[in-house]
Design a protein around this ligand. Sequence first.
Ligand SMILES: Cc1ncc(COP(=O)(O)O)c(C=O)c1O
Length: 413
Amino acid sequence: MVEDASVKLFSPSTMKLSRRSFLSSVSLAAVASASSHASSLSRFNHTRNNSFDPWIEVDKKALLQNVQTVSALAKSRPIIAVVKNNAYGLGLEYAAPILESSTSVVALAVVKTDECFTLLKAGVKKPIMLMALPNSEQDEFELIRNGVQLCLFDKDCRKRLESYASKLGSRIKVHAYIDTGMSRIGRRFNQAGPWLSELTAARSIEVISTFTDLTEDNAYDLEQVDRLKKVVLQTPSLNCKLHAASSYHAFHAPGTHLDWIRPGMALFGGYPDEAKESQGKLVPSCRLKARVVRVEQLQKGDSVSYGRKFIAEQPTWIATLPVGHTDGYPRQAVKGVRVLIGNETYPVIGAVSASHTIVNLGAERKVNEGDSATLLGQDHPYILPNRVAQIADVSVYDIYMHLNPLIPKFVLE
Ligand SMILES: Cc1ncc(COP(=O)(O)O)c(C=O)c1O
């Protein structure tokens, strides 16, 4: 199914694209941000791709299906799609336009100044929220000038915003970030009332929403939401939206859904802690793939990789995949994670090194050099990101967010 699907090819503009064999049946649509690469690569079929660099497939249908699932969990409340940290590994310029195309998504949120500029360059039209302070006042002004909505919490922001507004001759839309108990970022809830009133009183500033982060402690989350509501009640003239819920709360805490919800991980197909498929089906939105670079038969006593953690007890076929922990595949995969090649899965053995992973094929040679392998994806229960995370004993957030941003991306339509 994966191998025959239509794909679009993108590559980060900063990355040099290695020339691949672009053959056969699928059309390649150029996308604004990558059109210069794409235009020379009009056909692509990665079953016959002879490159040995790993690649990531971004699955458009899966992303949009996850938006629907999350929207249903939140009774159709509008979604602020959190696309921080390179869209959870999928690549901002690829995932954000797809998410933006859903009518359920009303804004995109990131936490780094540069990610705002990347989204602007990618042509995102829906509001972009920066849930952090900009790198500098110059960046701050540039972001505002380009319509990025800042999430503010510092004491003196009103003065700065008023000066930007008078330079631009327009009102500035912002969000008020309140710390209700996470103690991470935001204006402390017990000092926020007068600050918010002052911000609201400024004619050149429009406070669109007031929001907070929740700790994912079920009882305390509700207390936090109460604190947020109380802050807003201190400014009766303020007419803004409230939001707090992330993926975890979409699944577990309807009492925190407020006006908008603000999920990230679930949109990308990763279940938050203790969430079940019966509550809402999520589909992994990317595949990490690589091509088998070598197949060998070990003899009894031969060892595999650093530390010789695997010693063959009998003649054993192994396959080497040119993808490793520098690409984001977890070192802990040796704890029992399996890789899909063809219709079968094979266990990772020895050690995951920076650029290589070795799998045990068993007594028979069932795999050939050049076969494509899927290390993460939706195509088999053993390679689901949540399953890999569970077996490797890491967080599913690490699985997605540690994907190396330099890996080439292909968008499956
Ligand atoms: C402020 C904020 N809101 C929402 C999210 C989305 O969280 P999740 O990916 O768990 O849905 C994040 C991500 O960590 C965040 O930092």
